[in-house]
Ligand binder design. Sequence first.
Ligand code: ZN
Length: 457
Amino acid sequence: MIELIAALRAALGVEAVLTGTEIGERYRSDMSGTGRHLPLAVLRPNSTEMVATALRLCGAAGAGIVPQGGLTGLAGGANAGSDEIALSLERMSGIEELDPQAATLTVLAGTPLETAQAAAADAGFLLPLDLGSRGSAQVGGNLATNAGGNRVIRYGMARAQVLGLEVVLADGTVLTHLNKMLKNNAGFDLKQLFIGSEGTLGIITRVVFRLRPAPRSSSTAFCGLGSFDAVLQLLRRAESEFGGPSAFEVMWPDFYDFVTAHEMTKARPLPQEHAFYVLIEHQGNDAEADPARFESFLGSALEDGIIADAVIAQNEKETQAFWRVREGYALDTLPAIVNFDVSLAIGRIDDFVSACRERLTARWPRGQFFFYGHIGDSNLHITTAIDYAPGEGMHDVDDIVYGVVRDFKGSVSAEHGIGTLKRDYLGHSRSQVEIAVMRRLKAALDPKGILNPGKVI
Ligand code: ZN
């Protein structure tokens, strides 16, 4: 390993290779906080060629390489072991090209998502990929994990917003496909292999995003409903009546009551109790007519008894207050929380919530369990806060929640990826045959197993 570090220093320059006390604490873990070790070295290349050189040298030495972006992941996918080398893309940041005719944005993988969004907005476009950690998350990591977020219902997951990629393979080969065309069926769509592979098949270095027209209107409402069936009726009606919502977020009462009572939130959009709360947002292209159309849509849903109560945000401040409730940062103040990100067939989500709550409460009668999420995309988040007995912990609550997910034929990861934290449960959502094919792909592209070892599969 000493020879490898010396070779990396000679090839990349001393400033691109951090070791020992030069390695800051932030390289220890992603936002799951589960990283235990500082890596043996942190590489900070500033070009694709440097990434390729680093992979060639590490491959020759058989050293594991762990790609790191903004470290905002929640599945332990970017945590390195003490004998592994972290490869940070932080110096590969910047906008390369905005092509207004093709409506594409080409950026380096280490660019913060918010920077890419701002570049699109400055040119009158929308980069629809959006998530809470936009300020520090990097686009390379967003694609490596096929990030989701709040507007998937309208624009799809990260993979739906990418036209081209540049990727460095384990042996240092640079695979360049900076395609700008929406239609391209000339052979396998290789870029999709790397999107969502969590750095196990290659390292993304450049991205061509597909941009959309910036919306000219935005309307947001907070609704109270009496049943899950009514929630689904509201969703279907919104989809058929105004081209679909741009966000459809559902909160169960335990979540709503806790968050709105907390001083961090400072808002309770609906004063009365309801069985379900929905934050619905519509973005459109008609600044004049859209807000009135949105209001009459809600009015008719109210008349038809689908919603029990609703309030429309009158300005940006109220809109932000609604979103602050849904974001639920107050949950982070609870001790020993564990967050889940699962997916279920949309019609079964409430039955899943009941079954899951029952199993959790039976085991931990004094535990607190919160259910909420991007239900329009069939994505449910769960936060548990449990007073564990000695010897109990996260793995016990994982076993229960993922067991119910398996019973309901759901997915153990909707948008956060597998990383290390969910690896034991991949078989709950993927068949033996599917996992075997994943292993064959891994063996073909990374025969020495140097790319993000021990992650996903
Ligand atoms: Zn989410």
